[in-house]
Design a protein around this ligand. Structure first.
Ligand code: NDP
Ligand code: OXD
Length: 313
């Protein structure tokens, strides 16, 4: 029987395929689960669940109805020159926004309360209280990208009492968030924010956006958190800005090259915190809830919210 069933194919170098297989076989018994790189009956593959598939892999499945990305960002997928012209569905939050909010709250508080200084003081067993802490209500946080993740991050930071600014393509009305957009908006947004958080998708427009010029528009006592993509940031421009004290520091989760090469100066910089692309880890159950719901929707003749290939997100 399973020899005639349509197939849901899977490819991910990082996700545990058994979790996906077990749940898909339970909730979508009309389909068979197969690993895409070993699929034997390629013509039976109707849905592909993928993270960073090799270029060209997906074009070999001629009856694909949709591609599901096992993450929020679709930049890696859209770089495949042979990507078939089928609908692309990505994860929208699926449990990642909460993790992202916790990551940035750690960074904001560490910076605003100067916890980094105490780590150094402890290393030298030196007791030196810093008493001039800036009040949260004067410490503006700017969130670039107010989408599925950015809007949740902005709201959670705002709930802690920080004034929050948001920057997006289109204006937003989110309670407590001051909305900026476009190039003109970026100028005022950057001048006001003490912490700038990048949560943009990587597209032709946003690639290398955080360069020398961008960093020079941030205030000298500000801090950058990059949790979007490494290629949003020109790392050499950041190192230069830190050297000139044009900004105070950075917390980086994503890099031009991952894993971050051992010789990269960011590893040792006293004002940089490095984490290995873990600001949010795709929660399989949250991802599966969305994917199963969307496959059922497509099978019933509906269409889920799709990635806009032209816009790149
Ligand atoms: P969404 O697509 O939901 O939101 C994108 C937001 O960016 C939208 O608000 C959009 O504006 C805005 N935007 C896009 N282009 C521009 C531009 N040129 N200028 C200004 N604003 C722009 O994305 P998500 O919130 O789901 O995810 C954001 C990114 O986070 C992902 O693409 C991924 O790269 C990264 N990510 C990183 C992870 C990690 O572990 N480090 C984990 C998960 C995601 P508008 O609403 O007006 O269209
Ligand atoms: C994502 C990521 O885009 O984990 O989901 O980076």
């Amino acid at each position: 029987m399973s020899d005639t069933l349509p197939v849901i194919g899977f490819y991910s170098p990082s996700e545990d395929q058994t979790v996906y297989k077990t749940r898909l076989e339970r909730d979508l018994p009309g389909f068979q689960f197969e690993l895409l790189e070993h699929a034997t009956k390629k013509e039976r593959v109707e849905y592909a669940l993928v993270w960073s598939p090799p270029n060209g892999l997906l074009q070999t499945f001629e009856n694909l109805k949709a591609i599901f990305v096992l993450g929020a960002g679709v930049d890696a997928l859209l770089r495949d020159p042979d990507l078939p012209e089928v609908p692309i569905v990505r994860l929208e939050d699926a449990g990642m926004a909460q993790q992202m909010a916790h990551y940035v709250i750690y960074g904001i508080l560490r910076f605003q309360r100067r916890f980094g200084i105490y780590e150094n003081l402890q290393a030298s067993k030196h007791w030196e209280p810093i008493l001039d802490i800036e009040p949260v209500e004067q410490f503006s946080v700017g969130v670039m990208g107010l989408g599925a993740i950015g809007s949740v991050v902005a709201e959670q930071v705002s709930r802690l009492g920080f004034p929050v600014l948001g920057w997006s393509t289109s204006p937003k009305e989110i309670d407590g968030i001051l909305s900026f957009c476009g190039d003109d908006g970026l100028e005022s947004f950057l001048a006001k924010a003490r912490v700038v958080i990048n949560l943009l998708p990587l597209t032709q427009t946003t690639e290398q956006l955080i360069d020398k010029d961008f960093l020079s528009r941030m205030s000298m006592d500000s801090f950058l958190i990059n949790i979007g993509r490494g290629r949003h940031l020109k790392e050499e421009d950041l190192l230069e800005a830190l050297k000139k004290k044009a900004i105070a520091g950075a917390m980086l989760d994503v890099f031009e090259r991952e894993p971050l090469p051992r010789e990269n100066q960011l590893w040792n910089h006293p004002n940089v915190i490095v984490t290995p692309h873990v600001a949010a880890i795709t929660p399989p159950e949250g991802a599966l809830d969305q994917i199963i719901g969307n496959i059922q929707l497509i099978e019933a003749g509906g269409l889920p919210s799709l990635v806009d290939r032209k816009k790149g997100y």
